[in-house]
Design a protein around this ligand. Structure first.
Ligand SMILES: Cc1ncc(COP(=O)(O)O)c(C=O)c1O
Length: 357
């Protein structure tokens, strides 16, 4: 299978230059991948210039939010690479999300060609400082032009890419414990990467920002007691020297960074527990100094330490270490593997050779 290249895409690549300030997710590669599903089949994959889409206002995605997405990165530090990190896992999760949202599965070959292709064609635009990368965003939207509430008969699979600096400019996070709203519930869509979960988190983000916090820590919907995750990241704490993270349920997105950290912790002989974490017990152990570190993790955030947790009423619980030794060591190891400075477990890195495209 090959990628059909629109002639304007080559012109777009030739005439593109990176702005001085690239930020995260705001500078976009001049090309994108596009593939349509209709009559029961995924069609040809085409690379076209990046630009606006023309869609009918009746497209189902606008009304019923039938859509899924992924987020992954390619690194090209010191002109080595580009290296894609565990993109097969993103492919698997993409199709798990597709199944939950009644979207037809995408063939592996199309996903891989699109992700590897956009990495290859964007290689010259990947910033070279440690921590920066090409952030890659595959997504599928329901494009059938009909207001009936049923799965769409037509879809677009697209991949866009963003040359990006680090996600969080400040070093550590202040996190609001969300005791009122819920992000996900048993039997819902929390474990799928679909837009509705993020829309549901936004009013809490607004509240958090007003109160001076940068992110939300979500608790389970039933009891408002057990830690689940953040709005776009998984959660870890270090309690009595052991790494703890909520065990996966259908209300938590199974992060690839989370999974990678678990593997690295095992390799580094850091004791690890995946278990139910009661927020009030965690607060108690912060007060006692038993919980010494906490961090958020995800593709965008990598590992970002949490410096304090807080409540709506302004009560705060401060961690002993703004960035603790375990968080630091895990972050250094993970980033070294992602940036190709250190050998990682087999299959974690795929080197893309732009010359073969
Ligand atoms: C809700 C949510 N949880 C966790 C994560 C972390 O997942 P990953 O490590 O695969 O990026 C993300 C980011 O993709 C997310 O959106």
């Amino acid at each position: 299978m090959s990628i059909k290249i629109h002639p304007d895409a080559i012109t777009a690549l030739r005439t593109f230059s990176l702005p001085e300030k690239i930020g995260f997710g705001s500078t976009i590669s001049p090309v994108m991948m596009d593939c349509e599903y209709k009559d029961g089949n995924w069609g040809e994959l085409e690379m076209v210039p990046y630009g606006p889409l023309t869609l009918s206002p009746t497209c189902k995605v606008f009304h019923y939010a039938q859509e899924i997405f992924e987020g992954l990165k390619a690194y090209r530090i010191n002109n080595k690479g580009p290296f894609l990190f565990r993109h097969i896992e993103n492919f698997k999760r993409f199709n798990q999300s597709a199944t939950r949202m009644a979207i037809p599965e995408l063939p592996e070959e199309i996903f891989m060609k699109a992700v590897e292709g956009i990495t290859a064609y964007s290689a010259d635009f990947i910033p070279g400082e440690s921590g920066s990368s090409l952030y890659i965003r595959p997504f599928i939207i329901a494009t059938e032009e009909n207001l009936g509430i049923k799965p769409s008969a037509k879809y677009r699979f697209m991949v866009i890419a963003s040359p990006s600096a680090s996600y969080f400019s400040s070093g550590s996070l202040k996190v609001l414990i969300e005791r009122h709203n819920a992000r996900a519930f048993t039997g819902g869509t929390g474990a799928a990467k679909t837009g509705g979960n993020y829309a549901a988190s936004l009013s809490s983000s607004v509240k958090a920002a007003k109160l001076g916090y940068m992110n939300t820590l979500w608790l389970d919907a039933e009891n408002s007691k057990y830690i689940e995750e953040m709005s776009g990241m998984n959660f870890f704490a270090v309690v009595n020297g052991a790494l703890v993270t909520p065990k996966l349920t259908d209300t938590i997105l199974a992060g690839i960074t989370r999974n990678s950290i678990i593997t690295l912790a095992k390799n580094l002989n850091i004791p690890l527990k995946e278990e139910t974490i009661n927020i009030d017990s965690l607060i108690e152990s912060i007060k006692l100094g038993e919980c010494s570190e906490a961090f958020a993790c995800g593709t965008a955030a990598i590992i970002t330490p949490i410096e304090l947790f807080g409540e709506d009423d302004g009560t705060t619980y401060k961690l002993k270490h703004p960035i603790g030794p375990i968080s630091k060591s895990l972050k250094e190891n993970l980033l070294a593997i992602q940036e190709g400075r250190m050998e990682g477990p087999e299959g974690w890195i795929k080197t893309i050779n732009p010359a073969t495209y």
